[in-house]
Ligand binder design. Structure first.
Ligand code: SF4
Length: 383
C-alpha cells in the first residue's frame, strides 16, 4: 500500500455544559456521562467506517474540537484516540490537540490525555475579566482559567493555546489590555484572537437587533483592540503568523495550517466537514441522524452534503485561505495545483488597485500589515 501525503483529522464533540450567549457552533447542552460514553462509541464506529474509505492516508495532525470535548470522561476520550491510532496510519510526531473549557479541567483528566498521546491543549478562556465572562454566559471565571492553564503546564503540556475574544459590548480597552497582559503572563505557546461575531439565532443577536437593548461594538474600536493585541504579543516575542493567530517560534498550529494551505482533512462527528481527494463533504448535523447512520454502518454523509465547487471557486478558496497567513501563499503552489498561470486567472491590475495592501514577496502573494486589517475586502476580490 502506498501512503500518500499527510492529512489532518478533525473530531467534533457537539456537547457543552451550557450554551454561551454568542454561540452558533453546532453544540447541545449535555453532561450525562452515559450519553457521552455512547457518543464515544459512535465516534469509534465512525473511525472504523471511514478508515475503510481512506486507508492509504497518513495522519499528522488530529484536532478534537467542539462543543466542549473536555466534557467527555477522559477514559472515553482515550478510547477514541486509541481507536484512531489502531485504525489510521498516525505519524509518530502527530500533533494531537484537544479543546478544553477551564471549568472541566482536572489533573486526572489532563494526565489521561497525555497518556493517550494528546500533546496540545487549546483552552477556551475568552477573557480574564469576570464581568465579561459572566456577560458572555461562560461557565468558568477568571480563576478557573488561570488555574486551568497553570495545571496544564504543570501536568506536562508543553504546547498550550489560549483563546481570547474582543469586540464584546461593554468591554473597555483597559479590560482588553488587562486580559492580554494576564494571558502573556501565563506564557502559552499559542494565542488565538477572535472578534465577537453577532450571529442570528443567538441571545446576543436578539438583544442587539430585536430587543435593541445592546449595541454592537464599532468597527473602529474592534480594529483598535485587534491592533493593540498584536502590538503587545509582538513585544512579548509572539509571531503573528495568521490573521487570528500568534505563537512562540515553532508552535504554529499544524492542524489549522492545513486549512489555510489547501491541504486535505477528514472530519468525523456530526456537522464535521472534509476536503479530501479533491472532494468536499459534510457529515449530517443532527446527532440522532448521525447515530442512525453509524448504527447502520454507513458514512454519515447525505448525498446533498457532497459539495461540488467549480475550478474557479476552488481557486478562490485557495487564495482566500492562503492570504490568511501573514506569509501569504506561494504562487508556484497555486500554479502547480491548478496547472494555470496565476495572472491568467486573476487580472494583474489587482496589485495596483490594492497597492500598499497586497504585495508579492519573493514567490509569495501576501497581505501587508495594512491589508490584514481590511482582509475581507481584499479577499473578496478573489472569490
Ligand atoms: S463553550 Fe464554545 S461551543 Fe460551547 S456553547 Fe460556549 S462557545 Fe459554544
Amino acid at each position: 500500500m502506498t501512503i500518500t501525503s499527510d492529512i489532518g483529522l478533525y473530531i467534533h464533540v457537539p456537547f457543552c455544559i451550557r450554551k454561551c450567549r454568542y454561540c452558533r457552533f453546532l453544540s447541545f447542552t449535555c453532561s450525562e456521562n452515559k450519553l457521552l460514553a455512547e457518543y464515544a462509541d459512535a465516534l469509534i464506529r465512525e473511525i472504523r467506517i471511514r478508515y475503510g474509505e481512506w486507508p492509504y492516508r497518513k495522519i499528522d495532525s488530529i484536532y478534537i474540537g467542539g462543543g466542549t470535548p473536555s466534557i467527555m470522561p477522559a477514559e472515553d476520550m482515550g478510547r477514541v484516540v486509541k481507536e484512531i491510532k489502531d485504525n489510521f496510519f498516525v505519524s509518530h510526531d502527530c500533533e494531537i490537540t484537544i479543546e478544553a473549557n477551564p471549568a472541566t479541567i482536572t489533573e486526572d483528566k489532563l494526565k489521561t490525555y497525555l497518556d493517550c498521546g494528546i500533546n496540545r491543549i487549546s483552552i477556551g478562556v475568552q477573557s480574564f475579566d469576570n464581568a465579561i465572562l459572566n456577560f458572555l454566559g461562560r461557565v468558568h471565571d477568571k480563576n478557573d482559567a488561570i488555574s486551568a492553564v497553570r495545571l496544564a503546564k504543570k501536568t506536562g503540556f508543553d504546547n498550550v493555546n489560549i483563546d481570547l475574544m474582543f469586540g464584546i459590548p461593554g468591554q473597555t480597552m483597559k479590560m482588553w489590555r488587562d486580559s492580554i497582559r494576564q494571558c502573556l503572563f501565563l506564557r502559552p505557546e499559542h494565542i488565538s484572537l477572535y472578534s465577537l461575531q453577532i450571529e442570528e439565532g443567538t441571545p446576543f443577536y436578539d438583544m442587539i437587533y430585536v430587543d435593541k437593548v445592546l449595541s454592537e461594538v464599532s468597527e473602529n474600536v474592534d480594529r483598535d483592540m485587534f491592533s493593540q493585541a498584536l502590538m503587545m504579543m509582538d513585544d512579548a516575542g509572539y509571531h503573528h503568523y495568521e490573521i487570528s493567530n500568534a505563537s512562540l517560534p515553532g508552535f504554529e498550529s499544524r492542524h489549522n495550517l492545513k486549512y489555510w494551505s489547501y491541504n486535505d482533512y477528514l472530519g468525523l462527528g456530526p456537522g464535521a466537514s472534509s476536503f479530501i481527494g479533491g472532494q468536499r463533504f459534510k457529515n449530517c448535523e443532527s446527532v440522532s441522524e448521525y447515530l442512525k447512520f453509524i448504527k447502520s454502518g454507513m458514512p454519515p454523509v447525505k448525498p446533498e452534503k457532497v459539495e461540488t465547487y467549480s475550478e474557479r471557486e476552488e481557486m478562490g478558496i485557495f487564495v482566500f485561505t492562503g492570504l490568511r497567513k501573514t506569509e501569504g501563499f506561494s504562487i508556484n503552489d497555486f500554479e502547480n495545483t491548478f496547472k494555470k498561470d496565476f495572472f491568467d486567472v486573476y487580472d494583474p491590475s489587482i496589485l495596483e488597485k490594492y497597492k500598499g495592501f497586497i504585495e508579492i514577496d519573493g514567490l509569495n502573494l501576501k497581505l501587508t500589515e495594512k491589508g490584514l486589517d481590511v482582509s475581507n475586502k481584499i479577499m473578496a476580490e478573489f472569490v
